[in-house]
Design a protein around this ligand. Structure first.
Ligand code: PLP
Ligand code: ZN
Length: 476
């Protein structure tokens, strides 16, 4: 987009050293790159795995070094001043466009309100429960109510760009999902031209919540329910993506990872770029999110925008814990999952695990801890947080339980700054809250309700007297 388009902006009002960077013009030199062999390809096609060796792909900006011409502190100012301008494409995750995914021209950026989610300080009571003060970054405050919107904003912007530049007349977006990927994919795809773009989601029957099921239905997607768990759905869409002309929207699509890096950029910015004592606590399912968060912090570190890489505390349920077992035993093997209230992370063979292993080996070796927690701890951490003014889903509960356990076992110092990722909205998982309140979990969950956390509506006659009697109110 040429600058004239922004002629209504008074760029002269900004300091001279940032003025020319407010509207990003840098488009980089982004290519697909295999993480295992030396295969590379340009972005003029949709690719999900390496055609040469079958490994995962990542997107690399070969001109990234050019960005170092701007000092880190100036980048910080650029983002702050850019946040003041009213350019739609820069309102969301593309505020960080040069780092995030510079290949997408602003005219193709889709903005549905994603990103810049709140960083909320846990109150004193919740801090005492966990064993340290901490912040919750609430990614439930995204348009489809989970962090998946970040990656979908980049992946679907890329689809829009591809339709325009390659003249595509038919695109079928498809994903497997534990609930939130399909909600986000269906939402973002439904924003594009319906005569060109169709969306299909594959869900494990009975393993997404009613709210999550309602989301892609409401967006008009074709919703396919199949027996099994997420890993079974993932295998099907992987085969479809190998053989047929479909656009895969799982985090195996490396362009999803680009958008999800924004979580790291935002955390850094919200903390004034002070990351030297930072630990980010992340629930891990398919391991796309934790990969993106590490990559995002690496980008900022390479450009001198932050001085220190943070520590990562990855958390899993004991019912779906392949990454935690890898970290404790040193060897990786897929696990058979058992039912988990952190259902969105209930994955036994995370697709992005090879990326996690590579990032830990290269840059995060002494900065990456992964622990697993009980189902009882997960649901009770969620309930405790929600009783303390927070809006936390079961995966957020998983993160909080992980931090609590790590503090109790001396794996992390309470002196650090903690940012806990609550990855979706509490309301998506209210069925699990209800199962707890009714003490009605199936035995496989291994959850027993304790009365102190149970709540239920009270039935009363429609009169002030009945209410006053029930509450034991005193007369004035
Ligand atoms: C997808 C999802 C996760 C797991 O993220 P991965 O990138 O698959 O590790 C955690 N929480 C919620 C709410 C999710 O939707
Ligand atoms: Zn390869």
């Amino acid at each position: 987009m040429d600058r004239q388009h922004y002629s209504t902006l008074d760029l002269q009002a900004f300091p001279a050293h940032v003025r020319d960077h407010i509207i990003p013009e840098y488009s980089g030199n982004c290519v697909y790159e295999c993480i295992a062999c030396d295969y590379t390809a340009s972005l003029d096609r949709f690719l999900y795995t390496c055609p040469a060796c079958g490994s995962l792909l990542k997107i690399t900006d070969r001109s990234f070094g050019e960005l170092k011409k701007i000092p880190g502190p100036v980048w910080r100012e650029i983002f702050d001043y850019r946040a003041l301008v009213r350019v739609e494409a820069l309102q969301g995750i593309f505020l960080f466009k040069e780092l995030l995914f510079p290949a997408i021209p602003l005219q193709d950026v889709i903005y549905l309100g994603e990103g810049h989610t709140a960083l909320v300080r846990a109150n004193a009571q919740l801090g005492r429960y966990v064993g340290s003060g901490f912040f919750i970054k609430n990614d439930g405050f995204n348009p489809s109510a989970s962090f998946k919107d970040r990656g979908m904003a980049s992946a679907v912007s890329f689809i829009k760009y591809s339709i325009r530049t390659r003249g595509l007349t038919e695109v079928l977006g498809i994903c497997a999902s534990t609930g939130d990927t399909s909600a986000a994919a269906a939402l973002y795809l439904s924003y594009l031209d319906r005569s060109i773009v169709k969306s299909v989601v594959l869900l494990p029957k009975g393993r997404v919540t009613p709210q999550q099921l309602s989301q892609p239905l409401g967006s008009g997607a074709v919703v396919l329910e199949v027996p099994g768990v997420f890993d079974d759905c993932m295998r099907i869409v992987e085969q479809l993506a190998e053989t047929y002309q479909v656009c895969l929207l799982n985090s195996k699509n490396p362009i999803r990872i680009m958008g999800q890096k924004s979580y790291a950029y935002e955390v850094a910015r919200q903390l004034g770029y002070k990351t030297d004592d930072l630990t980010v606590v992340v629930p891990v399912g398919n391991a796309g999110n934790v990969t993106a968060i590490m990559e995002g912090f690496l980008d900022m570190h390479r450009l001198g925008i932050i001085e220190e890489l943070p520590h990562i505390l990855a958390v899993q349920s004991r019912h779906a814990n392949p990454v935690a077992l890898w970290r404790s035993s040193g060897s990786y093997a897929p696990v058979a999952v058992r039912p988990s209230v952190a259902q969105a992370a209930m994955i036994g063979d995370p697709v992005s695990f090879p990326k996690v292993r590579a990032l830990v080996a290269s840059d995060f070796d002494d900065r990456f801890t992964c622990i697993d927690v009980d189902e009882q701890e997960i649901i009770e951490s969620m309930l405790q947080a929600n009783r303390c003014g927070c809006v936390v889903c079961t995966q957020g509960g998983e993160s909080i339980a992980g931090l609590r356990s790590a503090l109790a076992h001396g794996l992390v110092s309470p002196e650090r700054t903690f940012v806990v990722d609550s990855t979706s909205h509490q309301l998506k998982f209210s069925n699990f809250q209800q199962l707890y309140f009714d003490n009605a979990f199936a035995p496989e969950y291994e959850i027993t309700a304790r009365s102190g956390l149970v709540n239920a509506p009270v039935q009363l006659a429609a009169s002030a007297g009945a209410v006053a009697d029930y509450l034991g109110l005193k007369k004035k």
